[in-house]
Design a protein around this ligand. Structure first.
Ligand code: NAD
Length: 256
């Protein structure tokens, strides 16, 4: 007899799921029975992940949208309902770095970073939450960062955007609890994705910084996208039914 899957009959939109943690979350959720909307700016990669999930017996559909565009996010939410008839899980995950000292970063880079990392999360909630309400409830799992709590040199826009996500998440948890909606935040530390290798370019010791970062963890390694996907699954499922408004560091102990 097949065990019932943890996310059976759920429909999730995972932004930035053509790479890294978003991809791992989409694959993990699909394995647990959720229908997943894959999103990102790389159409070829998105379609490949969609096809692999479907060939593996899952349900997935790619939608190309820039999360910093409100109309595109609204259209993506409508697409999710057309494809899978409802939406029950929102995972705003897409993020960019926007490196540069506060006195040197271009206004364009600042706006773009806030646009993707903060406005993008708001837009998915703005257009997605009414669908969760229609469905009778659901969960919001925001991918923030340990940068929500601590500074990283030369990442002022990144830290500002990630810092804002925690009170935003708590506000969603408070205002929508009456609709059976929970909201929580993942706060990863160093995770082995393309983004972290771009991030180190901001440091003068780019070659050694990953090793130094690993040395700062308690467990002695980088996180994997799958480590974060497990935590996302916990927050998205009923296994965390009494947890809302919480932030979980997934950082190998670096914040210790
Ligand atoms: P990644 O670069 O592998 O993936 C980022 C994804 O976001 C890609 O799918 C990309 O296509 C998508 N994306 C970028 N701009 C977009 C836009 N405008 N619209 C739609 N999609 C867009 O990076 P990752 O490390 O998996 O990052 C995922 C999240 O985790 C980000 O929010 C990041 O800030 C956060 N994070 C990463 C680390 C780390 O060490 N890698 C640590 C803490 C938090």
């Amino acid at each position: 007899m097949e065990m019932s899957k943890v996310l059976q009959d759920q429909v999730a939109i995972i932004t930035g799921s053509t790479s890294g943690m978003g991809e791992a979350i989409a694959r993990r959720f699909a394995k647990e029975g959720a229908s997943v909307v894959i999103n990102g700016t790389n159409e070829e990669r998105g379609k490949k992940i969609q096809d692999e999930i479907v060939n593996d017996g899952g349900q997935a559909a790619f939608y190309k949208a820039d999360v910093s565009s409100a109309p595109e996010v609204e259209a993506m939410v409508d697409f999710a309902v057309e494809q899978f008839s409802k939406v029950t899980i929102l995972v705003p995950n897409a993020g960019i770095l926007g490196n540069g000292l506060a006195t040197e970063i271009s206004l364009e880079t600042w706006d773009k970073t806030i646009g993707v990392n903060l406005n993008g999360v708001f837009y998915l909630c703005r257009y997605g939450l009414p669908k969760l309400i229609e469905a009778g409830g659901g969960t919001v799992v925001i991918n923030a960062s340990i940068a929500s709590f601590k500074s990283f040199p030369q990442h002022p826009a990144y830290c500002a955007s990630k810092g804002a996500l925690i009170p935003f998440m708590k506000n969603i948890a408070q205002d929508y609890a009456g609709h059976k909606i929970r909201a929580n935040a993942l706060c990863p530390g160093p995770v082995d994705t393309p983004l972290i290798w771009d991030s180190v370019k901001a440091f003068p010791n780019a070659d050694s910084i990953i090793d130094e970062t690993i040395g700062m963890t308690c467990v002695g390694r980088l996180g994997t996208p799958e480590d974060v996907a497990e935590a996302a699954l916990f927050f998205a499922s009923d296994k965390s039914s009494f947890i809302t408004g919480a932030s979980l560091t997934i950082d190998g102990g670096i914040m210790c």
